[in-house]
Design a protein around this ligand. Structure first.
Ligand code: NAP
Length: 254
C-alpha cells in the first residue's frame, strides 16, 4: 500500500500538505494523517479525493506511535512521503515561559519527530521523501524565542545529517524553513519577538507548494521568499556572538 504520512494535518502547514500531496502524487492509495483534533482530520476525508486514515492522538504520548507502527506493519506500508509538521512555539524571555510549555516544545518538535521518523524509515525506500518542517528560526539562536529556535535548529541539523545518511538508499530529506506563515501557530505562540513580528506572514499554500517542489527536485533545504533567503545566507556568514547581540536588541530583551 503506497501512502503519505502527515503530522499536524489538522491545521496550517500540515493541513496544506494534506491538501496538496494527493494533487502531486497521484499513485497513492491512502493518506495517513496525525493530530489531536479528530473532527478537523475527519474534514479532510470529505475534501480529499483519496482515502484518509486518521490517527487522532497526542504525539507527546506513546500510544499514538504504537498505533501507527502497528498499522504500518499490518498494511505492509510503502511510505512515499513522510511530512513531520506537528509543532509549536512559545515566545518570550526564557524565565517567563512555563517549564511545561518549554519541555513540551522539545518533546513535540524534536522527540516526537525523531521517534516517528525512526518508526517510518523501515517502510521507506528509493524515491521516498522525508520532509521535516523546521523554521527560519533554526538559522540562529533567538533571544526571546530561545527554546523554539533551538528545537528548530535540532530539526534542521538532524535533517541535514539524515540527508547524507539516507542518500545511498535513495531517500530524499528536505528541511522546510519558512519565516512567519499565516496559520494558527500565533494563537499559541503569543506575540513573536520584534525581528519576526516585522516580517509579513507568508501564504501557507505558497510555502507548501514550494516545499513540495523543492522536495521533488531533491533539495536539502526549502526556504520561501527573498527575505528568509537573505537571512539564511546571512546566518552562514555572521557569527552567533554578533547575531544574538543584534537579535537581543531587535527582540527588545533587556
Ligand atoms: N506558522 C509559522 O509562522 C511557522 C513558521 C515556521 C515554522 N513553522 C512550523 O510549522 C509547523 C506547523 O505549524 P503551523 O504554522 O501549521 O501551526 P498550527 O496551525 O498551529 O499547526 C500545528 C499542528 O500541530 C499539531 N499538534 C500540536 N500539538 C500536537 C500534539 N501534542 N500532538 C499531535 N499534534 C499536535 C496541531 O494539531 P492538534 O492541535 O489538532 O493536535 C496542528 O495540526 C510547526 O512545526 C511550526 O513550528 C511555523
Amino acid at each position: 500500500m503506497r501512502i503519505a504520512v502527515v503530522t499536524g494535518a489538522s491545521s496550517g502547514i500540515g493541513r496544506e500538505f494534506a491538501f496538496q500531496i494527493p494533487k502531486l502524487y497521484k499513485n497513492l492509495d491512502e493518506l495517513w494523517v496525525v493530530a489531536r483534533r479528530t473532527e478537523r482530520l475527519r474534514e479532510l476525508e470529505d475534501r480529499l479525493g483519496l482515502p484518509v486514515r486518521i490517527f487522532d492522538g497526542d504525539l507527546n504520548r506513546d500510544y499514538i506511535f504504537e498505533r501507527i507502527e502497528k498499522e504500518l506493519y499490518r498494511r505492509r506500508a510503502d511510505i512515499r512521503m513522510l511530512v513531520n509538521s506537528a509543532g509549536y512555539g512559545k515566545a518570550g524571555r526564557f524565565g517567563t515561559i512555563d517549564a511545561k510549555e518549554q519541555l513540551g516544545m522539545v518533546s513535540l518538535n524534536c522527540q516526537a519527530l525523531t521517534k516517528l521518523t525512526q518508526i517510518c524509515l523501515p517502510y521507506m525506500s528509493r524515491g521516498s521523501r522525508l520532509v521535516n518542517v523546521a523554521s527560519a528560526a533554526a538559522f540562529a539562536p533567538q533571544p526571546g524565542f530561545a527554546v523554539y529556535a533551538a528545537s528548530k535548529s535540532y530539526v534542521y541539523s538532524l535533517s541535514q545529517a539524515l540527508r547524507r545518511e539516507l542518500m545511498t538508499q535513495g531517500i530524499i530529506v528536505t528541511a522546510v524553513c519558512p519565516g512567519p506563515v499565516d496559520t494558527e501557530f500565533f494563537q499559541r505562540s503569543g506575540t513573536l519577538p520584534g525581528s519576526f513580528k516585522k516580517a509579513a506572514k507568508a501564504d501557507v499554500s505558497r510555502v507548501v507548494r514550494k516545499a513540495l517542489k523543492d522536495s521533488a527536485a531533491g533539495k536539502g533545504v526549502s526556504v520561501y521568499g527573498p527575505m528568509m533567503k537573505g537571512l539564511w545566507a546571512a546566518s552562514k556568514l555572521i557569527p552567533y556572538s554578533l547575531t544574538t547581540r543584534i537579535l537581543k536588541k531587535t527582540n527588545h530583551i533587556e
